[in-house]
Design a protein around this ligand. Structure first.
Ligand SMILES: Nc1ncnc2c1ncn2[C@@H]1O[C@H](COP(=O)(O)OP(=O)(O)OP(=O)(O)O)[C@@H](O)[C@H]1O
Ligand SMILES: O=P(O)(O)O[C@H]1[C@H](OP(=O)(O)O)[C@@H](OP(=O)(O)O)[C@@H](O)[C@@H](O)[C@@H]1OP(=O)(O)O
Ligand SMILES: [Mg+2]
Ligand SMILES: [Mg+2]
Length: 354
């Protein structure tokens, strides 16, 4: 898992490197939109000043032919990319891949994504967390079968089962009653809508760093909404917390939603969940969406987990990410030197025995 520090440069250069501290190269493979938002000069310069060079991976060339990289950072999908990572790992067994494609894949399905929350075992506390009631529907027939609905109450949110980062995978719909079902396109997850005061908490995780921010969310739904009929019984929407509105409208919204007045969940509680998820998912870079039940303030729900989210929206993201790379690479480098020492000792001992 760790990066190799066995370079073949002359001893003098090695000496200078020891004085300066080691330098590392992190290759990144990101979709253009992600690259634009994440790879900013402020991050590149800060990382460089700490001995970490961020280098773009050329998507048109084999990954294994590029580098050398001590670490590969990526958010690309598909079997071809997975194959490339596999070949790179074979050729560079000591390089770190952030994160494992298999671990990331678990987040590409909205059922397996949240299953991990239900499995978390965190010691009893005064606040509770879980996931809203949900069912998965694979075809229209099951969608209209009343039997499928026994466990679920309206209103519900319909979400595409697949969460692979495509625009389609973000197409949601708020459904007030059975009249709204016609427009839904399985395979979908139907999740009970939980009134939460129009504010969502986004928890960003970067290794052991956990940071929670408030964002606007869908407003509460009134009980009378259940009587809406026809087309009005379904309200399609997409990426609410990411919608770019003009500043004035946004200010008005914030006033309306009392975003500033909304109390944050206790940091210790959020950290407990974040660390539990990090361990269970075996991921370093993700965020999760948390809502607080409007009826019971001690009840929280996790509704979404995203791999490699929009970190640039997180305060001081440059420092947080640079610290993460630094810790990771320096720890790995120490581990590798230790491995090397052990290996050299083994060779020596073996040669004595021979
Ligand atoms: N069960 C729920 N109860 C209430 N509101 C919900 C629920 N599920 C989702 N929402 C609202 O819908 C929004 C979108 O849902 P979700 O986060 O699952 O979608 P997404 O497309 O994966 O979002 P992201 O852009 O964070 O990846 C949430 O930010 C929240 O405002
Ligand atoms: O667009 P941004 O950079 O802000 O990041 C968003 C990210 O888009 P990108 O990775 O395609 O860029 C989304 O990923 P996909 O589900 O589409 O894979 C998802 O993680 C959102 O939750 C992120 O917003 P945030 O949760 O941080 O507000
Ligand atoms: Mg979300
Ligand atoms: Mg999501």
């Amino acid at each position: 898992m760790c990066a190799s520090t066995t370079m073949t440069e002359p001893e003098g250069e090695r000496e200078r490197e020891r004085e300066r501290g080691p330098r590392f190269t992190v290759g990144y493979a990101l979709a253009p939109k992600k690259q634009n938002s994440f790879i900013r000069d402020s991050l590149v310069n800060l990382a460089r000043s700490r001995g970490i060079d961020l280098v773009k991976i050329d998507p048109n060339r084999a990954l294994a032919d590029q580098g050398p990289f001590h670490c590969v950072l990526h958010k690309l999908y598909g079997p071809e990319w997975k194959k490339q990572l596999g070949e790179f790992r074979l050729r560079n067994p000591n390089a770190v891949i952030i994160d494992s494609p298999d671990a990331i894949e678990r987040l590409h399905n909205r059922i397996s994504m949240l299953q991990v929350v239900s499995e978390l075992e965190i010691e009893p506390r005064s606040l509770t967390f879980g996931i809203p009631k949900q069912i998965v529907i694979y075809d229209k027939e099951t969608l209209f079968d009343r039997q499928s609905w026994v466990a679920l109450k309206f209103p519900v949110i319909s979400k595409p089962l697949v969460a692979d980062g495509s625009a389609k995978s973000h197409k949601m719909a708020l459904v007030y009653n059975h009249d709204g079902l016609n427009k839904l396109k399985p395979p979908i997850v139907l999740q009970e809508f939980v009134n939460h005061g129009g504010v969502i908490f986004k928890v960003y995780v970067v290794g052991s760093h956990v940071q929670c921010v408030k964002r606007k969310s869908l407003p509460d739904v009134s009980a009378s909404s259940s009587s809406t009929s026809g087309d009005a019984a379904v309200l399609p929407f997409s990426q609410v917390s990411n919608i770019a509105t003009d500043k004035k409208a946004e200010e008005k919204y914030y006033e309306m939603m009392d975003l500033d007045d909304t109390k944050m969940p206790p940091q210790e509680f959020i950290e407990g969940i974040a660390n539990g998820l990090r361990g269970a998912l075996k991921l370093n870079l993700f965020n999760f969406d948390v809502i607080r039940d409007a009826r019971f303030a001690d009840r929280y729900f996790i509704i979404d987990i995203n791999y490699f989210p929009g970190y640039a929206k997180m305060p001081s993201y440059e420092t947080v990410l640079t610290n993460f790379f630094w810790d990771l690479l320096n720890n790995c480098s120490k581990l590798n030197s230790f491995d090397k020492e052990v290996r050299e000792r083994e060779v020596k001992e073996n040669s004595i025995h021979v």
